[in-house]
Design a protein around this ligand. Sequence first.
Ligand SMILES: [Zn+2]
Length: 320
Amino acid sequence: MPLNGAQLPLHILFVFLDGIGLGEKNQETNPLIKFDLPHFNILAGNQPWSDSFRPVDSESHVFTSIDATLGIPGLPQSGTGQATLFTGTNCAETAGKHFGPYPHSKTKPIIAESSIFQQVNQLQLDHPEPAAFANAYPPQFFEAAKARNRWTVTTLSCIEAEIKIRTLDDLKVNKALTAEITRKAWRTRLSIPVDPITEQTAANHLHQISASHPFTLYEYYLTDKAGHSQSFPKAHRVLSALDALFGELLRVIDIEQTLLLITSDHGNIEDLSVKTHTFNRVPLIAYGKGAHLFREARSLTDVTPSIISALATANKSVRK
Ligand SMILES: [Zn+2]
């Protein structure tokens, strides 16, 4: 029996956070310990995000840590870390080093052929648009990226897999989120005439996008930026915004139908005593339907294969 898109049994909403690891339980260095983040704590099974966490491992909730160093010396970087996370191939090994923030030339064919978007497409789910990238990009981004032919891992993945990169037009009809959630920076820094929204409203927009697609990715990079700044006030702003987004997502998503997945490419913001990325393991949260499929994940390489098997399994069980 053909599967109607609206009846798809599983929606995966992947919120990717750049530069957030599990660090020491130390208020002096770790803003995730210093600040009150109630929804971060819920996602971790009622505990703060730290390297001394108690693992959560149930059918519908997994909180664990995964390795971001990938067996390669040096500090993890976004280009190779994200390429690994979003393909399932160890791209630091392919490049011979950690490299970033943009994709390493040797990894571009891997991104082109086997990004998460490409792999979701290859599942041939009976849906007109199985995979979505929820971020909107301003006109300035396209001008700069085209001029230098320099794309991020996620935008390059979109181009190669023919996934729509959302724009101001999508944002105006609430079918996209800005990189900083509330649209304020589009207005104040880019002079684009959009009205600010709350994190709660943005969470509802993200939920709507997710409910319309089997797989949705949203990328948030200000965690990495705040980590490099070594500023507690900046970290507080960024983490509070995310906490509000998470709180509303937890309220609105139906965990019988949706899996909320949260992870990162490398550590950074969890240790404001250093300006650089860290060697720390990164959190992996799977919350909702199919969460148990992520309980064996040990490194960045394990995330995409688990997403694909979750979508394939859920789909097959309905087709029978
Ligand atoms: Zn960084």
